[in-house]
Write a protein of this length. Structure first.
Length: 261
């Protein structure tokens, strides 16, 4: 628990499942007030909100598409209307599309870039404007991926978007550092969430993924949420512009594990 998070107000995008739900729950345990965004899964968002409240926090759920300005404005409005302030904005929503790049449709490319990259820009812009108006040292956390660093054939739109999130995070961290606004990213590795459900249901693919992780296991959404809580708290007060990899060592070139090369 981080005492300074008590009663802080956070927006979490894509909170209806997976990592977003785990961060919501963790923020609830920190007794925070949370705006839980969902795009289509109201039921999932309500389950997350109930968990926040059961853990001592407050929550509202808000439908919004993060790829739109109106959607992000609605999330800020919900924070102000319900909780009177905004302290932390977590750009978590994301999706991926698998296709050989020479066959990837422009529509599929645009959809991934719109949600995973433009959504992070629009969410950050919305939060930055509020923090600047209020003259307050806000905090932005962007959900990147190990694929901001590791190339991922047949997922080029996703890797391009996350590579963009990395440099966007570093750039605005520098741009607003003097105002006390901190901006960091989290780079999860292979985490057990619905985005991976199909892949992990197949034993061969599951084992193959595990073999790419030096710690030899898939990560839990709660382990990513723990990083988000630390970055949100004042315990990380001198940290800005980093990507915190939470990946069991996946970014450590596991192919070299046994001294090959
Ligand atoms: P998930 O599919 O379980 O959840 C994604 C969430 O984003 C869902 O709640 C979904 O409704 C929401 N979302 C999608 N499009 C949206 C839109 N237009 N507007 C609002 N919300 C929208 O996936 P997850 O694993 O929980 O992923 C969360 C984040 O973590 C994503 O940015 C993902 O790229 C990143 N990530 C996940 C992993 C992993 O292994 N699970 C690894 C690296 C990075």
């Amino acid at each position: 628990m981080y005492e300074d998070l008590n009663k802080k107000v956070a927006v979490i995008t894509g909170g209806s499942k997976g990592i977003g739900t785990a961060i919501s729950k963790r923020f609830g345990q920190e007794h925070m007030s949370v705006v839980i965004n969902y795009n289509s899964d109201a039921e999932g968002a309500q389950v997350a909100a109930d968990e926040v409240e059961q853990n001592g926090g407050k929550a509202v759920i808000v439908q919004a598409n993060v790829a739109t300005e109106e959607g992000n404005a609605a999330l800020l409005k919900a924070a102000l209307d319900n909780f009177g302030d905004l302290d932390i904005w977590v750009n978590n929503a994301g999706m991926e599309t698998k296709s050989p790049t020479h066959e990837l449709s422009l529509d599929d490319w645009n959809r991934v870039i719109a949600i995973d990259q433009t959504g992070v820009f629009l969410g950050s812009k919305t939060a930055l404007n509020y923090f600047k108006e209020q003259g307050k040292p806000g905090n932005i956390i962007n959900m990147s991926s190990v694929h901001e660093q590791i190339p991922w054939p047949t997922f080029s739109s996703y890797a391009a978007a996350k590579g963009g999130v990395k440099m966007f995070t570093k750039t605005i961290a520098m741009e607003y550092a003097k105002e006390g606004i901190r901006v960091n990213a989290i780079g999860p590795g292979a985490i057990n969430t619905p985005i991976n459900a199909k892949k992990f249901a197949d034993k061969e693919q599951y084992d193959q993924t595990v073999s790419m992780v030096p710690m030899n296991r898939i990560g839990k959404p709660e382990e990513v949420a723990a990083g988000a809580a630390w970055l949100a708290s004042s315990e990380s007060s001198y940290v800005t512009g980093v990507t915190l990899f939470i990946d069991g060592g996946m970014t450590l070139y596991p192919a070299f594990m046994n001294g090959q090369g």
